[in-house]
Design a protein around this ligand. Sequence first.
Ligand SMILES: *[C@@H]1O[C@H](CO)[C@@H](O)[C@H](O)[C@H]1NC(C)=O
Ligand SMILES: *[C@@H]1O[C@H](CO)[C@@H](O)[C@H](O)[C@H]1NC(C)=O
Ligand SMILES: *[C@@H]1O[C@H](CO)[C@@H](O)[C@H](O)[C@H]1NC(C)=O
Ligand SMILES: *[C@@H]1O[C@H](CO)[C@@H](O)[C@H](O)[C@H]1NC(C)=O
Ligand SMILES: *[C@@H]1O[C@H](CO)[C@@H](O)[C@H](O)[C@H]1NC(C)=O
Ligand SMILES: *[C@@H]1O[C@H](CO)[C@@H](O)[C@H](O)[C@H]1NC(C)=O
Ligand SMILES: *[C@@H]1O[C@H](CO)[C@@H](O)[C@H](O)[C@H]1NC(C)=O
Ligand SMILES: *[C@@H]1O[C@H](CO)[C@@H](O)[C@H](O)[C@H]1NC(C)=O
Ligand SMILES: *[C@@H]1O[C@H](CO)[C@@H](O)[C@H](O)[C@H]1NC(C)=O
Ligand SMILES: CC(=O)N[C@H]1CO[C@H](CO)[C@@H](O)[C@@H]1O
Length: 829
Amino acid sequence: MHSVLKLLIFFFLFAQAFTSYPGYKLENVVTSDSGFTGDLALISAGPYGNDYQKLALYVNYQTNSRLRVKIYPANEKYYEVPFVVQVSNSTVKPTDMDYEVTYETNPFSLTIKRKSDQTILFDTNTNGSDLNGLIFEKNYLELSTNLEKDPILFGLGERKSDFVLELNQTYTLFANSQNKKKNQNRYSSYPVYYQFSKASKTFHSVFFVNSDPTDFVLMDNSLTFKSIGGIIDLFVFTGPSFDEAANQLSDVIGKPSRISYWNLGWHQSRYGWKTLDIVKQVVNNFTKLQLPLETIYSDIDCMDNDINWTFDPVRYPQADFRAFVDELHNDHRYWIPITDIQTPLIHDYLPYTLGNEKDIFIKNPVGNPYWGILRHGPCMYPDFTHPNSTDYWTQILENYYNKIPFDGLWIDMNEPDNYESIWPKDKYDFPYTPGNQNLDRHTVPLECMQYYSQEIDLHNMYGYSQSRATRFAMETILPQKRSFILTRSSFIGLGNIAQTWTGDNDSTFESMKESISTVLHSNTALIPMIGADICGYSGDVTEELCIRWYQLGTFYPFSRNHNHLFQREQLPYSFGDNVTTIIKNYIDNRYYILPYLYSLFEKSSREGNVIWRVMLYDYPEDSYTWYLGDQIMVGDSLMILPVLESGQTGVEGYFPNDNWYDWWSGKQIMEKLTNQTHGLHIEMLAPIESMPVIIKGGSIIPTQIPALTSAESRLNNFELIIALDPQSEASGWLYLDDGESVDIENKYTEIKFTLSNNKLESEIIKNDFNIPDSASLHYLKILGIKKVSLVIVNGKSVDFEYDNKLYILEINDLDIDLNNSFTVEFTEN
Ligand SMILES: *[C@@H]1O[C@H](CO)[C@@H](O)[C@H](O)[C@H]1NC(C)=O
Ligand SMILES: *[C@@H]1O[C@H](CO)[C@@H](O)[C@H](O)[C@H]1NC(C)=O
Ligand SMILES: *[C@@H]1O[C@H](CO)[C@@H](O)[C@H](O)[C@H]1NC(C)=O
Ligand SMILES: *[C@@H]1O[C@H](CO)[C@@H](O)[C@H](O)[C@H]1NC(C)=O
Ligand SMILES: *[C@@H]1O[C@H](CO)[C@@H](O)[C@H](O)[C@H]1NC(C)=O
Ligand SMILES: *[C@@H]1O[C@H](CO)[C@@H](O)[C@H](O)[C@H]1NC(C)=O
Ligand SMILES: *[C@@H]1O[C@H](CO)[C@@H](O)[C@H](O)[C@H]1NC(C)=O
Ligand SMILES: *[C@@H]1O[C@H](CO)[C@@H](O)[C@H](O)[C@H]1NC(C)=O
Ligand SMILES: *[C@@H]1O[C@H](CO)[C@@H](O)[C@H](O)[C@H]1NC(C)=O
Ligand SMILES: CC(=O)N[C@H]1CO[C@H](CO)[C@@H](O)[C@@H]1O
């Protein structure tokens, strides 16, 4: 290489490495009980120009565990994320704050520590590092925090990534339907991360209230936030447990909305059911084979010429279709149609004419509706931040509902997708480009205007704002029912409104494995109701993969099978009787644990808990759990070890130091070791018909005999599966209501079960739900009970079976009314 060129390159690199923008100077600090304010004055210009000279700093102590920091232009209008944040500023000092905030004035920096253990939660002091100070320009914001060396961070979805985010990577938030590579941004944006501190073994989290296209650059000792709009507005949550950090976030963005019981049943979908007759056959086949089926989806197959809200007169005649859906409803099943948001320009087509009349389409910068291109040519995009869009959308949905009454909606392509950007140009020209990708490709150009703000600010929120409008519409159409809205694109806060799935995936082992961290990360953003298309969407699935995916997928919070038109069938019965039997076991098992799952979701909607958990959350002291991303706790009690590679007939799991039992056989797998920090690595057998499922000692899992629908299974008998912890104790919780009403006041039942000192007791916390007569507690199984000679139920001795090798006690033929409290005593002579 030419030496001058070398020198130039050297100079360039050298110059890059040491270019540092000190940021701002803090002046005029005014403190109050609830925090402090100050003025920030620019020290020297940032990288791309248009720096704000004056900024305002606002630090607000909101609760003992929550702090808000806001930095915004002092004298100019600015964009703030609408709808998501549900708390206001605090004016009083919290009683016992678990954080302290210090600052430097020149250059300005903030350091936030947890008071109780001095763990650094957020620290923008970049003095002595090659990180920049605060940069705040018209189209570029940058703020860095120092992190513990080799930090454990998770969140910042949606993408396929490891659960613990890889270091030295950039994580982009920009809703996108095209990216397929590891760590790239996908459909949704969740600007929140959690950090686990290896030093203090605690968790805290940080939520950036910013919806503009953003990069998070994660290095091995720092995280840098780079956004091309909005302001710096962040919440710091002190934890210190994972659950506390999640609950603290949920106080700000709202709890996950209460789901209907039927949402937890089996969802069957397919793109490629060309006629109504085929769909009828599917339903009949499920029944014939005694496979549970809750919900049927309709992809665009049923539409006339692919136009939403219409039915093909020959393949899906409306009257027949309606009769079919009525029949589904009679059988306590549900129907969910798809809709894409792009509105074609067709005369006399209500979505188009009404949208024009109400003037609610997204505008180009000269003020005319923007046209994109989808399947049938030009289309427009409703603007769901427009005040009249809710009326518009309600009218469209009502009109459709009156044709065929749906039970939920599947809203797709809402990144929003665009086959071709025909205006204004194909190149985005802001100075910095998150994700280093053409941001105008395949979507509405970022220069376009929505009512609330420019598209650049609202792009990441399109699916969220559509979900919000859909939620309002559903509440009008189906008042008093909990709505079900399955959206592909979402933003943090969606969990309070709707549900999601992981979008188009592939029929590969790799894609199945990747679904796990996507589901986990969405849970950390408090969108717990999520699953991937079981068996994969694109590509032909193999029998082996499909079995493995059904095994995993029946433990997703949301369980749906769906695939693409060109792919082979992957229904539970598409592979022959032997395979149907295997899959049926797992779907039946899902119905069996519905009372447990429903109770978990209730807890989530009350407190903000997640459903899918990694081992780290509950065993932070055990460093062997820290990077385990593929073995999952479903709630507090069930661990699953999915089989993620072809040809495997065993899976190694890590069992933290505790009691663990095999879910299927009841056999104890591990007994807590005394005086050990770590647990054991254990290889579990996993022949094709079986995925290891493990119950944690200390759990009481309420179950109910499965049936073909959840409405029927709810009439069946209850069972309790009890696994003893090292102190021979266990506890559990059952929540029941009608499964669909919005107003549940005085209509629900809540029972706490506790086992200790050889006595199982139920404590009725509330008993306003009418448990069907046919659903009594008829069976108990207790795992890990070392000795038993007599069992006494409500004072009367009863028959029992005891396996003194496996330490399993079973009591059959009980008839306990769960509406009343009961006791079961075990005597060991
Ligand atoms: C909280 O205070 C900040 C700074 O004064 C202000 O920008 C913001 O609008 C306030 N928010 C609410 C919800 O009052
Ligand atoms: C920055 O670091 C230098 C050297 O460690 C120190 O002298 C100086 O006071 C620091 N400045 C601030 C603002 O922390
Ligand atoms: C990240 O980059 C730093 C510095 O370039 C390097 O020392 C470190 O090993 C890298 N870490 C990983 C996990 O790649
Ligand atoms: C229903 O099952 C029959 C076999 O019993 C099969 O021939 C048919 O293809 C199935 N129909 C659908 C749509 O799956
Ligand atoms: C309707 O659905 C099709 C799918 O064929 C989609 O391409 C189109 O843009 C949708 N939009 C509307 C509102 O009709
Ligand atoms: C909303 O609709 C009402 C009634 O049609 C109209 O008066 C109002 O101007 C519309 N609002 C906007 C922002 O377009
Ligand atoms: C099911 O039976 C078919 C045909 O006998 C066989 O090829 C296949 O391997 C079996 N699959 C399983 C999972 O047993
Ligand atoms: C466990 O540790 C405790 C306290 O350090 C000690 O008293 C006890 O003897 C130990 N037990 C065993 C089995 O090592
Ligand atoms: C359940 O118990 C409560 C009080 O013990 C009683 O008022 C209620 O009628 C009972 N419900 C049923 C369905 O038995
Ligand atoms: C078609 C498609 O988008 N496939 C994606 C399915 O999901 C996995 C990740 O979960 C991606 O790797 C695929 O590219």
